[in-house]
Ligand binder design. Structure first.
Ligand SMILES: [Zn+2]
Length: 330
Protein backbone atom coordinates (compact mmCIF):
# COMPACT_ATOMS: atom_id res chain seq x y z
CA UNK A 1 0.00 0.00 0.00
CA UNK A 2 1.33 3.40 -0.86
CA UNK A 3 0.98 6.63 1.07
CA UNK A 4 -2.44 8.19 1.55
CA UNK A 5 -1.72 10.47 -1.35
CA UNK A 6 -1.36 7.47 -3.63
CA UNK A 7 -3.74 4.72 -2.58
CA UNK A 8 -2.79 2.15 -5.16
CA UNK A 9 -1.36 -1.30 -4.64
CA UNK A 10 2.09 -1.28 -6.17
CA UNK A 11 4.35 -4.30 -6.26
CA UNK A 12 7.98 -4.57 -7.08
CA UNK A 13 8.27 -7.00 -9.98
CA UNK A 14 11.39 -8.72 -11.29
CA UNK A 15 13.55 -6.71 -13.64
CA UNK A 16 12.40 -6.78 -17.22
CA UNK A 17 13.98 -5.43 -20.37
CA UNK A 18 13.14 -1.79 -21.04
CA UNK A 19 12.11 -0.50 -24.45
CA UNK A 20 15.24 1.58 -24.81
CA UNK A 21 17.52 -1.31 -24.07
CA UNK A 22 17.74 -0.89 -20.31
CA UNK A 23 16.19 -2.62 -17.37
CA UNK A 24 13.95 -0.87 -14.89
CA UNK A 25 12.29 -1.75 -11.66
CA UNK A 26 8.57 -1.82 -12.18
CA UNK A 27 5.61 -0.12 -10.58
CA UNK A 28 2.82 -2.60 -11.17
CA UNK A 29 -0.56 -0.96 -11.02
CA UNK A 30 -3.15 -3.27 -9.49
CA UNK A 31 -4.75 -5.54 -12.12
CA UNK A 32 -8.12 -4.36 -10.82
CA UNK A 33 -7.34 -0.79 -11.84
CA UNK A 34 -8.27 0.49 -15.27
CA UNK A 35 -5.43 1.67 -17.53
CA UNK A 36 -3.73 4.81 -16.29
CA UNK A 37 -5.93 7.56 -17.63
CA UNK A 38 -5.58 11.22 -16.76
CA UNK A 39 -8.52 13.59 -16.35
CA UNK A 40 -7.54 17.15 -17.29
CA UNK A 41 -9.81 20.14 -16.85
CA UNK A 42 -9.39 21.87 -20.21
CA UNK A 43 -12.14 24.48 -19.88
CA UNK A 44 -14.11 25.90 -16.97
CA UNK A 45 -16.60 28.67 -16.17
CA UNK A 46 -20.26 29.31 -16.77
CA UNK A 47 -20.33 28.66 -19.66
CA UNK A 48 -16.88 27.03 -19.86
CA UNK A 49 -14.31 28.90 -21.94
CA UNK A 50 -13.41 26.55 -24.75
CA UNK A 51 -10.48 27.44 -26.98
CA UNK A 52 -11.67 27.19 -30.56
CA UNK A 53 -9.89 24.76 -32.83
CA UNK A 54 -8.24 22.78 -30.05
CA UNK A 55 -8.28 19.02 -30.50
CA UNK A 56 -7.81 16.34 -27.87
CA UNK A 57 -7.14 12.65 -27.83
CA UNK A 58 -9.31 10.48 -25.58
CA UNK A 59 -12.77 11.73 -24.64
CA UNK A 60 -14.28 15.00 -23.44
CA UNK A 61 -16.96 15.14 -20.80
CA UNK A 62 -18.76 17.94 -19.00
CA UNK A 63 -18.94 17.91 -15.22
CA UNK A 64 -20.03 20.34 -12.52
CA UNK A 65 -17.45 21.30 -9.90
CA UNK A 66 -17.71 24.00 -7.21
CA UNK A 67 -20.51 25.74 -9.07
CA UNK A 68 -18.63 25.79 -12.35
CA UNK A 69 -19.13 23.79 -15.49
CA UNK A 70 -15.88 22.05 -16.42
CA UNK A 71 -14.85 20.21 -19.55
CA UNK A 72 -12.60 17.29 -18.65
CA UNK A 73 -10.42 15.47 -21.15
CA UNK A 74 -9.92 11.82 -20.21
CA UNK A 75 -6.78 10.68 -21.91
CA UNK A 76 -4.08 8.02 -21.47
CA UNK A 77 -1.02 9.11 -19.52
CA UNK A 78 1.12 8.71 -22.66
CA UNK A 79 -1.13 10.94 -24.79
CA UNK A 80 -1.33 13.43 -21.93
CA UNK A 81 2.48 13.60 -21.87
CA UNK A 82 2.56 14.22 -25.63
CA UNK A 83 0.14 17.14 -25.27
CA UNK A 84 1.94 18.69 -22.30
CA UNK A 85 5.66 18.46 -23.05
CA UNK A 86 5.85 21.29 -25.58
CA UNK A 87 4.23 23.71 -23.17
CA UNK A 88 7.49 23.40 -21.22
CA UNK A 89 10.30 23.02 -23.75
CA UNK A 90 10.90 23.00 -27.50
CA UNK A 91 10.64 19.63 -29.31
CA UNK A 92 13.73 20.71 -31.25
CA UNK A 93 15.97 20.50 -28.17
CA UNK A 94 18.52 17.64 -28.00
CA UNK A 95 16.78 14.28 -27.85
CA UNK A 96 17.97 13.24 -24.38
CA UNK A 97 16.70 16.48 -22.82
CA UNK A 98 13.29 15.96 -24.48
CA UNK A 99 13.22 12.40 -23.12
CA UNK A 100 14.14 13.63 -19.62
CA UNK A 101 11.31 16.15 -19.80
CA UNK A 102 8.86 13.46 -20.99
CA UNK A 103 9.68 11.43 -17.87
CA UNK A 104 9.24 14.52 -15.66
CA UNK A 105 5.82 15.35 -17.17
CA UNK A 106 4.62 11.74 -16.94
CA UNK A 107 5.87 11.45 -13.34
CA UNK A 108 4.00 14.56 -12.25
CA UNK A 109 0.77 13.28 -13.82
CA UNK A 110 1.22 9.76 -12.45
CA UNK A 111 1.77 11.08 -8.93
CA UNK A 112 -1.66 12.72 -9.26
CA UNK A 113 -3.30 9.58 -10.61
CA UNK A 114 -5.93 8.00 -8.40
CA UNK A 115 -6.31 4.27 -8.91
CA UNK A 116 -9.72 4.21 -7.23
CA UNK A 117 -11.18 6.47 -9.89
CA UNK A 118 -8.75 5.55 -12.63
CA UNK A 119 -7.96 9.17 -13.32
CA UNK A 120 -6.07 12.17 -11.98
CA UNK A 121 -7.54 13.65 -8.83
CA UNK A 122 -7.49 17.06 -10.42
CA UNK A 123 -5.21 18.30 -13.14
CA UNK A 124 -5.57 21.59 -14.97
CA UNK A 125 -4.36 22.50 -18.44
CA UNK A 126 -2.42 25.55 -17.21
CA UNK A 127 0.31 26.48 -14.72
CA UNK A 128 -1.80 25.21 -11.81
CA UNK A 129 -0.67 21.77 -13.03
CA UNK A 130 1.21 21.61 -16.33
CA UNK A 131 0.46 23.46 -19.57
CA UNK A 132 -1.51 21.07 -21.77
CA UNK A 133 -3.26 21.75 -25.07
CA UNK A 134 -3.76 18.32 -26.59
CA UNK A 135 -3.04 17.41 -30.20
CA UNK A 136 -2.38 21.00 -31.28
CA UNK A 137 0.77 21.05 -29.16
CA UNK A 138 2.16 17.71 -30.25
CA UNK A 139 5.24 17.38 -32.45
CA UNK A 140 6.59 14.23 -34.06
CA UNK A 141 9.99 14.69 -32.40
CA UNK A 142 8.60 15.00 -28.86
CA UNK A 143 6.03 12.25 -29.57
CA UNK A 144 8.95 9.96 -30.39
CA UNK A 145 10.67 10.89 -27.10
CA UNK A 146 7.44 10.04 -25.23
CA UNK A 147 7.15 6.71 -27.06
CA UNK A 148 10.80 5.84 -26.36
CA UNK A 149 10.33 6.48 -22.63
CA UNK A 150 6.85 4.94 -22.51
CA UNK A 151 5.76 4.18 -18.94
CA UNK A 152 8.96 5.50 -17.32
CA UNK A 153 8.46 7.58 -14.18
CA UNK A 154 10.58 8.92 -11.33
CA UNK A 155 10.27 7.14 -8.01
CA UNK A 156 11.65 8.34 -4.67
CA UNK A 157 11.79 5.98 -1.70
CA UNK A 158 9.39 3.65 -3.48
CA UNK A 159 6.75 6.30 -4.17
CA UNK A 160 5.91 8.10 -7.41
CA UNK A 161 7.58 11.52 -7.45
CA UNK A 162 5.61 14.69 -8.11
CA UNK A 163 8.37 15.92 -10.40
CA UNK A 164 8.74 19.66 -10.90
CA UNK A 165 10.74 21.65 -13.41
CA UNK A 166 11.38 25.28 -14.24
CA UNK A 167 12.84 27.25 -17.15
CA UNK A 168 16.26 28.22 -15.73
CA UNK A 169 17.64 27.97 -12.20
CA UNK A 170 20.28 30.69 -12.56
CA UNK A 171 23.12 28.67 -11.00
CA UNK A 172 21.58 26.33 -8.42
CA UNK A 173 18.22 24.62 -8.05
CA UNK A 174 16.07 25.37 -5.01
CA UNK A 175 15.17 23.33 -1.95
CA UNK A 176 11.39 22.86 -2.19
CA UNK A 177 11.02 23.83 1.49
CA UNK A 178 12.09 27.37 0.56
CA UNK A 179 9.20 27.67 -1.90
CA UNK A 180 6.42 25.60 -0.38
CA UNK A 181 5.67 24.83 3.23
CA UNK A 182 5.97 21.33 4.64
CA UNK A 183 8.72 18.81 5.00
CA UNK A 184 9.48 18.63 1.32
CA UNK A 185 11.12 15.67 -0.34
CA UNK A 186 14.76 14.61 -0.47
CA UNK A 187 14.66 14.66 -4.27
CA UNK A 188 14.16 18.44 -4.09
CA UNK A 189 17.03 19.48 -1.87
CA UNK A 190 18.65 21.78 -4.40
CA UNK A 191 21.69 21.13 -6.64
CA UNK A 192 24.40 23.25 -8.14
CA UNK A 193 23.81 23.82 -11.86
CA UNK A 194 26.57 25.13 -14.08
CA UNK A 195 24.86 24.22 -17.34
CA UNK A 196 22.24 26.94 -17.74
CA UNK A 197 24.63 29.94 -17.54
CA UNK A 198 24.20 32.21 -20.55
CA UNK A 199 21.09 30.40 -21.81
CA UNK A 200 18.07 32.17 -23.26
CA UNK A 201 16.22 32.28 -19.95
CA UNK A 202 19.23 33.04 -17.77
CA UNK A 203 18.94 36.80 -18.26
CA UNK A 204 20.16 38.91 -16.59
CA UNK A 205 16.78 40.58 -16.43
CA UNK A 206 15.81 43.98 -15.03
CA UNK A 207 12.42 44.96 -13.68
CA UNK A 208 11.69 48.57 -12.76
CA UNK A 209 8.40 49.20 -10.98
CA UNK A 210 7.06 52.50 -9.68
CA UNK A 211 6.54 52.41 -5.93
CA UNK A 212 2.91 53.39 -6.52
CA UNK A 213 2.49 50.29 -8.68
CA UNK A 214 4.13 48.12 -6.03
CA UNK A 215 1.83 49.61 -3.37
CA UNK A 216 -1.20 48.59 -5.44
CA UNK A 217 0.05 45.04 -5.92
CA UNK A 218 0.99 44.74 -2.23
CA UNK A 219 -2.23 46.27 -0.90
CA UNK A 220 -3.24 43.13 0.99
CA UNK A 221 0.14 42.97 2.73
CA UNK A 222 0.65 46.68 3.51
CA UNK A 223 -2.97 47.80 3.74
CA UNK A 224 -5.02 49.73 1.22
CA UNK A 225 -3.95 53.36 0.56
CA UNK A 226 -0.55 52.86 2.20
CA UNK A 227 2.63 53.71 0.34
CA UNK A 228 5.79 51.74 -0.36
CA UNK A 229 8.83 53.64 0.94
CA UNK A 230 11.52 51.08 0.31
CA UNK A 231 12.11 47.38 -0.25
CA UNK A 232 15.19 45.58 1.03
CA UNK A 233 16.47 42.03 0.78
CA UNK A 234 16.85 40.88 4.41
CA UNK A 235 18.01 37.29 4.03
CA UNK A 236 19.14 34.86 1.34
CA UNK A 237 18.91 31.09 1.42
CA UNK A 238 21.81 28.71 0.62
CA UNK A 239 20.93 28.65 -3.09
CA UNK A 240 21.40 32.45 -3.23
CA UNK A 241 17.73 33.33 -3.62
CA UNK A 242 15.85 35.85 -1.53
CA UNK A 243 14.43 34.11 1.53
CA UNK A 244 13.08 37.20 3.32
CA UNK A 245 12.27 40.66 2.03
CA UNK A 246 11.31 43.72 4.06
CA UNK A 247 8.83 46.22 2.69
CA UNK A 248 8.89 49.58 4.45
CA UNK A 249 5.43 51.09 4.22
CA UNK A 250 4.00 54.12 6.00
CA UNK A 251 6.53 53.81 8.82
CA UNK A 252 6.12 50.04 9.32
CA UNK A 253 8.36 47.18 8.26
CA UNK A 254 6.56 44.18 6.77
CA UNK A 255 8.55 40.97 6.32
CA UNK A 256 7.58 38.33 3.82
CA UNK A 257 9.21 35.42 2.04
CA UNK A 258 10.84 35.99 -1.31
CA UNK A 259 8.54 33.37 -2.87
CA UNK A 260 5.44 35.20 -1.57
CA UNK A 261 6.78 38.55 -2.74
CA UNK A 262 7.34 37.11 -6.22
CA UNK A 263 3.81 35.69 -6.31
CA UNK A 264 2.37 39.10 -5.41
CA UNK A 265 4.49 41.14 -7.83
CA UNK A 266 3.82 38.63 -10.63
CA UNK A 267 5.48 35.39 -11.75
CA UNK A 268 6.45 36.73 -15.14
CA UNK A 269 7.44 40.26 -14.05
CA UNK A 270 9.72 39.11 -11.27
CA UNK A 271 11.10 36.08 -13.06
CA UNK A 272 12.80 34.46 -10.07
CA UNK A 273 13.71 35.13 -6.46
CA UNK A 274 17.39 35.30 -7.41
CA UNK A 275 17.52 39.12 -7.51
CA UNK A 276 18.94 42.29 -5.97
CA UNK A 277 16.69 45.25 -5.12
CA UNK A 278 17.82 48.87 -5.53
CA UNK A 279 15.96 52.06 -4.61
CA UNK A 280 15.67 54.46 -7.56
CA UNK A 281 13.68 57.20 -5.85
CA UNK A 282 10.14 56.85 -7.10
CA UNK A 283 10.75 53.32 -8.31
CA UNK A 284 12.39 50.05 -7.26
CA UNK A 285 14.78 48.27 -9.59
CA UNK A 286 15.11 44.50 -9.41
CA UNK A 287 18.03 42.82 -11.22
CA UNK A 288 18.18 39.07 -11.35
CA UNK A 289 18.91 35.86 -13.24
CA UNK A 290 16.95 32.70 -13.92
CA UNK A 291 13.27 32.09 -14.54
CA UNK A 292 10.91 30.05 -12.39
CA UNK A 293 10.67 28.68 -8.85
CA UNK A 294 13.91 26.74 -9.23
CA UNK A 295 12.65 23.42 -7.82
CA UNK A 296 13.50 20.18 -9.62
CA UNK A 297 14.79 20.00 -13.17
CA UNK A 298 16.38 23.11 -14.71
CA UNK A 299 15.17 22.90 -18.31
CA UNK A 300 17.95 25.04 -19.80
CA UNK A 301 20.48 23.03 -17.78
CA UNK A 302 19.01 19.75 -19.05
CA UNK A 303 19.26 21.05 -22.60
CA UNK A 304 22.95 21.87 -22.18
CA UNK A 305 23.70 18.56 -20.44
CA UNK A 306 22.14 16.74 -23.42
CA UNK A 307 24.18 18.86 -25.84
CA UNK A 308 27.28 17.72 -23.97
CA UNK A 309 26.32 14.09 -24.44
CA UNK A 310 24.60 13.24 -21.12
CA UNK A 311 21.72 10.78 -21.42
CA UNK A 312 18.26 11.37 -20.00
CA UNK A 313 18.86 9.32 -16.87
CA UNK A 314 22.09 11.18 -16.01
CA UNK A 315 20.16 14.42 -16.35
CA UNK A 316 17.37 13.18 -14.06
CA UNK A 317 19.84 11.79 -11.51
CA UNK A 318 21.49 15.19 -11.26
CA UNK A 319 18.32 17.23 -10.73
CA UNK A 320 16.42 14.67 -8.59
CA UNK A 321 19.04 13.31 -6.16
CA UNK A 322 18.11 9.88 -4.84
CA UNK A 323 15.25 9.35 -7.29
CA UNK A 324 15.17 6.35 -9.63
CA UNK A 325 13.52 5.69 -12.98
CA UNK A 326 10.96 2.87 -12.82
CA UNK A 327 8.44 1.61 -15.33
CA UNK A 328 4.68 1.56 -14.86
CA UNK A 329 3.18 -1.77 -15.86
CA UNK A 330 -0.49 -2.58 -16.15
ZN1 LIG B 1 20.26 25.65 -14.12
Amino acid sequence: MMSNRFPVCIMLLPLLAGCIGKEYRELAVSPLSPPVEIGVTVAEGNPPRIVAGRKYRGTLETISREGKTCVVNRVSIEDYTKGAINGEISPMWPEESVKAMAIVIRSYAFQHWDSARGSARQLYSDVRSQEYCGINCEHERSNRAVDETSGLVLVYEGKPLEAFSHACCGGATEDSREVWTGEGCGAFRGRECTWCAGSKHWGPWVLVLEKTTLAKRLHKEIGADNTVESIKVAERNPSGRVRTIVVKSSGREIRMSGAHFRAIVGWNDLRSTRFDAADRGGAMEFRGVGWGHGVGLCQEGARKMAEEGKDCESILRHYFPGAEVWRITQ
